[in-house]
Write a protein that binds this ligand. Sequence first.
Ligand code: ADP
Length: 161
Amino acid sequence: MHRTVICPGSFDPVTLGHIDIITRASQLFDRVIVGVFVNRDKTVSFSVEERIDFLNRTIGHLPNVEIVGFEGLLAEYARECGATAVCKGLRAVSDFEYEFQMALANRKLNPDLDTVFLTADAQYTYLSSSIVKNIASFGGDISGFVPACIHDEIKNRFSSQ
Ligand code: ADP
């Protein structure tokens, strides 16, 4: 049986924590769709094209991973692309309540869709895109948090603000 999973998120920008979850999902499933939310509310720091480009440059080499932008309901999008699971990373208990609610809502909307949680790698449990942006905006060192190939672009975006 061919199993497709979606790893959804803003990835604004992608961090080493995201890369860890996507890489592990690619070892568990036949096909991984990394769904990048297209945020119309302009609260993001990087455009959807930039976020997709960053992901392509860091995990584009994984043979069973596709990176796409998507809008609207995840439950509907999963149906359209034949995904039977959503894969999310759980960092702390604080992630749990929201993720539990989302998983149940998605399953109600699409009974064929299950949510699989992977525990964050111990070294990335504190890591989020917002923390990276916060540190970068104060000129701090983000080299341990984001892939090396996109480090300068992220740093420069914040140093010019
Ligand atoms: P964030 O802004 O919190 O980094 P995203 O919406 O881009 O979040 O997250 C997409 C997915 O990646 C979510 O399932 C989230 O739980 C997971 N994730 C984010 N950061 C990490 C991390 N450091 N370790 C494991 N999973 C993570």
